[in-house]
Design a protein around this ligand. Structure first.
Ligand code: FES
Length: 274
């Protein structure tokens, strides 16, 4: 993973003044397991989400108004009738543009700039460093001070966009309480959509930027009791941010997969009402 001792330069962890350790690491545990699992998990999600975003099939259940989050909001005339909750301001789209193109860049930006995901892919993909006390292969380190990584500092703005997307997903989940012949209906799909949107909210609210929005830049918490209380609650969620990051990748896939199965007629929705 790191260069052999004979090829190493004199910068980074091999700079003069750093401990002269000639082996890659002195660790004897299986430090490479977490980065490997991270690569496998992220790759699986990216492949699934990319395929599903482009197939343009089985994303809307007309009978029960289930819409997969990967296609929400669906804003073009290419969307199947009924799936466009906010109208169709865009014309027919060529096949290479995903129907969820309006929000996908923001969701991607939100996850890519997330403090947890940064740690995850810096370690597992960029090996910078791959683990604590394991030398990285790079000889230079410029941090997040220049392009492209300086964009990481825009995370707060992606957080604002993610809040709007969560509101849209919430609207989708509420309008999905729809019976086959109209009126109120309730099935297993509703349970899945609601659980997914609740977990998306928890992941979004547990964001480090949200923590700063609620309690940052305050000199005296005692003078801002409401913001202090909000900050306290967000901070509690924030300690589980990594778990919510992974759980929501799973629930997004599960939700989309269930909608796909029902929309394609592979299975029937388990109905409780309507
Ligand atoms: Fe992870 Fe903001 S830090 S979403």
């Amino acid at each position: 993973m790191s260069a052999p001792a004979t090829e190493r330069g004199t910068t980074g962890v091999f700079s003069p003044g750093r401990a002269r350790i000639l082996v890659r690491t002195l660790r004897e545990d299986r430090w490479w397991v977490p980065p490997l699992l991270t690569v496998l998990g992220l790759s699986a999600f990216i492949i699934y989400a990319t395929v599903r975003s482009f197939v343009r099939r089985a994303y809307w259940v007309e009978d029960y108004h289930y819409l997969t989050p990967f296609y929400s909001p669906c804003l073009s005339e290419s969307c199947v009738p009924g799936s466009s909750h906010f109208g169709t301001p865009f014309p027919e789209l060529p096949i290479w543009i995903p129907l969820g193109f309006v929000v996908l860049p923001f969701l991607l930006g939100f996850r890519l700039t997330c403090y947890y995901y940064r740690k995850a892919y810096y370690r597992s993909i960029w090996f910078s460093p791959p683990a604590c006390a394991v030398a990285e292969p790079h000889s230079r380190y410029t941090g997040e001070t220049r392009l492209p990584l300086i964009i990481q500092n825009a995370h707060r703005y992606f957080f604002y966009a993610a809040v709007i997307v969560s509101v849209i997903n919430t609207y989708d989940a509420i309008t999905a309480f729809h019976g086959k012949g109209g009126g109120f209906g309730f099935g297993l799909g509703n349970v899945i959509l609601i659980v997914n949107v609740v977990l998306l909210w928890i992941y979004t609210i547990s964001c480090h930027s949200c923590r700063h929005v609620t309690g940052g830049r305050l000199k005296h918490f005692s003078a801002h009791p409401i913001r202090y209380r909000m900050w306290t609650q967000v901070s509690k969620l924030n300690t589980r941010h990594m778990q919510f990051a992974w759980i929501t990748l799973g629930t997004l896939v599960l939700t989309d997969f269930y909608v796909m199965l029902v929309a394609s007629g592979t299975i029937s929705d388990l109905r409780f009402v309507g």
